[in-house]
Design a protein around this ligand. Structure first.
Ligand code: MOS
Length: 728
């Protein structure tokens, strides 16, 4: 695996606001330079404590019992044999569980009623003195269920499909400009194709896990979460506690990918169990249990219609997405939203419909919306390029919009064209003069038994920022403590936040201690939506700059005995930002090969070129991009959750059946980024990089497979089934 980074050439001049000149000067020193992870040694030596690693005296252990029907009621729970088991301290079920106050998320109202809304829903919890005793006790709980006919399969013609008001992230479900049918009718070249993506599970290394205990009326939990502020607020609501009586600590989190973006049943159950037995409780879900309880990505069915004039200019873009949600709550994957800003076209229509099935509630997963949506849109663009005999890089460049094509507001910055050009040259798609040297004909390049091809896709992800608070403290010896309730879920968040703090304080990073992962620090946003660095970093920057001002103004430049501390909140700045369309963009290139003997599909090479604002730390950023592209590749070739329609059960319920890409699946991933300056984002100029690497990768692979074989795969993952019998 190799990766490269080059300081690019085609960047806009910096337009830093004068008031930020100090920060920007300091940024020369730490932000932008490689910095190793602060917690690296703790992690690789096993010293970093995850949620259930924290030593708590007298801990008991919980084990969940899950429903075996997808729809029905719990008629009775017989706990007598479980309670007779050695070490079992108690069994919770809806007949004896404490009542919770609703906070608007039915998924968290655990053990509150007899209703079963999906297979694998928790119907009882056994608490015991050891994990083994808890598990043995769980086997002895007799749950009598009354199952009803269930409906668990998403279909394009499902009669209960409806158009919601909004989709995930608050976008309207439908957006129309002009007349897409008229645009298609006027087009010289058209594509009308339907794409399918499967249900997928996050499969973070650390399972959903919680240690919980009650202390003088306060609830303390160690929870593997991306959002300890949200978890603490939710627990306060559910248990009717004052917010300051709940503390959630997530010092280290072993991945999340969206599945830990909010509280999940495990944290509520652990708190209930701890109250029941009057001692700390540890609850770690097993890998198999996670497949029902911890969220997943909905399958999607997406129809894309494109029409272009003879010169390759798009006249119409239509993107209609269908997905599923649960009977408990509405989550709608925003798959068509990226089609609202990727390309110019006078006639546009994007719609979302959803159906509530007897399944677990889908949730954010690794670029929700953009990931499945880009597979459909970017495959369709490739199909249009083939149909019109246009180079797919050129076709995208020719349809670059000057402003957001639906909202008519300016982009804060957008360098998709430059990413495509830079990538095409690096990949060998074009020569140094920009001339296309790739042979566009499919199925003509052979390497022994292998057919080889190349493909491209564009990428994007929104540049979000959410209000957060941070604390900066100068201690007497000229050291600084900076605290922000960020979640470092394996991204390097604490490392880049220390860099940002050091520059805002105008000191080397060695002078700064950074603390994250504790709701007691004060409210901060989720490690999700690729917005952590932008959001937390802004609060850190503000706190550090205010601290410097305070030291200068009130203390004559000297830190007083006892130190001085400043707390900052970015709510108003973010509310008052001018209106811009803020997104990161990128280009994904792939070389794939398909065996004419076996149909095996392999990816030889991926190249991603991204324009994502300022890159704070090249080391951690490269890991983020490579990780994202690996997930994209994984989705392209391997990942699929298979649901048994008879039982509503995800039968691919472990890592033997649910395949994720490992190193051997990824021979070569290269990453590059442009030095993009954007003054309209936040004081650091960062856009967020956690998810854009995932977006477009699957389309780039599918497009490369088409170029290699002439076979167009519109159904992920790409595998033998679509190749066998069609290769020669
Ligand atoms: Mo990420 S799926 O926004 O947690």
């Amino acid at each position: 695996m190799t990766s490269t980074q080059r300081q690019p050439t085609q960047s806009q001049p910096a337009q830093g606001q004068p008031t930020q000149s100090r920060v920007q000067d300091a940024a020369q020193r730490s932000v932008g330079t490689a910095s190793p992870r602060i917690e690296a040694w703790d992690k690789v030596t096993g010293r970093a404590p995850y949620a259930v690693d924290h030593p708590v005296p007298g801990a008991a252990y919980a084990w969940v019992v899950q429903s075996t029907v997808a729809r029905g009621v719990v008629v009775d729970v017989d706990t007598s044999r479980a309670l007779a088991e050695d070490g079992v301290l108690g069994v919770l079920w809806h007949g004896n569980a404490q009542r919770l106050e609703s906070v608007g998320d039915p998924e968290l109202m655990v053990l509150q009623s007899a209703r079963i809304a999906y297979r694998g829903q928790v119907v009882a919890v056994v608490v015991a003195t050891s994990p083994e005793a808890a598990r043995a006790g769980a086997d002895l709980v007799r749950v009598r269920e009354d199952g009803m006919t269930s409906d668990t399969v998403l279909r394009i013609d499902h009669p209960a499909l409806y158009q919601p008001v909004q989709v995930n992230a608050g976008y309207p479900a439908r957006s129309a400009i002009g007349d897409v049918d008229a645009g298609l009718a006027a087009a010289a070249v058209r594509v009308d194709a339907t794409y399918r993506t499967p249900a997928e599970h996050h499969c973070a290394m650390e399972p959903h896990a919680t240690t919980a205990f009650w202390e003088r009326g306060c609830l303390v939990v160690f929870d593997g979460t991306q959002a300890s502020t949200a978890v603490s607020e939710t627990l306060a609501g559910l248990f009717e506690l004052p917010p300051q009586s709940v503390r959630v600590i997530n010092e280290h989190v072993g991945g999340g990918f969206g599945s830990k973006g909010g509280p999940k049943p495990n944290v509520v159950l652990a708190a209930m169990a701890a109250r029941l037995v009057g001692r700390p409780v540890k609850l770690a879900l097993t890998r198999q249990q996670l497949f029902a309880v911890a969220g997943y990505r909905t399958p999607t069915i997406q129809r894309v219609r494109l029409g272009a004039a003879t010169n390759g200019r798009l006249l119409a873009i239509g993107h209609d997405a269908v997905s599923q949600t649960s009977q408990l709550s509405e989550f709608v994957e925003q798959s068509a939203v990226l089609s609202r800003h990727m390309y110019a076209a006078p006639n546009r229509l994007t719609t979302h419909r959803v159906v509530a099935l007897d399944v677990p509630t889908p949730v954010w997963m690794r670029a929700p919306g953009e990931c499945p949506g880009s597979f459909a849109l970017e495959s369709a663009i490739d199909e249009l390029a083939s149909a019109g005999n246009w180079d797919p890089v050129r076709l995208r460049i020719d349809n670059e919009p000057a402003v957001h094509p639906e909202e008519q507001i300016p982009f804060s910055s957008r360098h998709l064209v430059q990413c495509l050009q830079e990538g095409a040259e690096r990949f060998g798609w074009t020569d140094a003069s920009g001339r296309v040297v790739r042979d566009p004909r499919p199925a003509v390049r052979r390497d022994g038994e292998w057919l080889v091809g190349t493909g491209v896709a564009a990428s994007t992800y929104p540049s979000l920022t959410w209000p957060s608070t941070a604390l900066a403290r100068a201690t007497a010896d000229q050291r600084f403590d900076v605290e922000v309730n960020a979640a470092d879920i394996g991204t390097g968040a604490r490392t880049v936040l220390r860099q940002i703090a050091a520059d805002a304080l105008d000191v080397p990073i060695a002078y700064v201690e950074i603390t994250v992962g504790d709701s007691a620090i004060g409210p901060a946003t989720v490690a999700g939506g690729s917005m952590g660095t932008a959001s937390w970093g802004w609060a850190v920057t503000k706190a550090c700059r205010l601290l410097r001002e305070r030291i200068e103004r009130d203390h004559g430049g000297r830190v007083p005995t006892g130190g001085v501390a400043v707390r900052a909140d970015t709510t108003l700045e973010i509310r008052d930002r001018p209106e811009f369309s803020r997104h990161a963009y990128g280009a994904q290139f792939c070389q794939a090969r398909v065996s004419t003997m076996t149909g095996e599909v392999r990816v030889d090479r991926l190249l991603g070129v991204f324009a994502a604002g300022r890159i704070v730390n090249p080391t951690t950023a490269r890991s983020q991009f490579i990780g994202g592209m690996t997930m994209g590749l994984s989705g392209a070739l391997l990942e699929r959750s298979v649901l048994d329609s008879r039982t509503g059960d995800f039968v691919t319920g472990d890592l033997a059946a649910y395949h994720v890409a490992v190193s051997a699946d990824v021979p070569r991933i290269e990453v590059a980024w442009l030095d993009e300056q954007d003054p309209h984002l936040n004081p650091m100029g960062v856009k967020g990089i956690g998810e854009i690497g995932i977006v477009g990768t699957a389309a780039a692979v599918a497009n490369a497979v088409h170029h290699a074989t002439g076979i167009r795969v519109r159904d992920l993952p790409i595998g033998l089934a679509q190749m066998i019998g069609k290769l020669h």
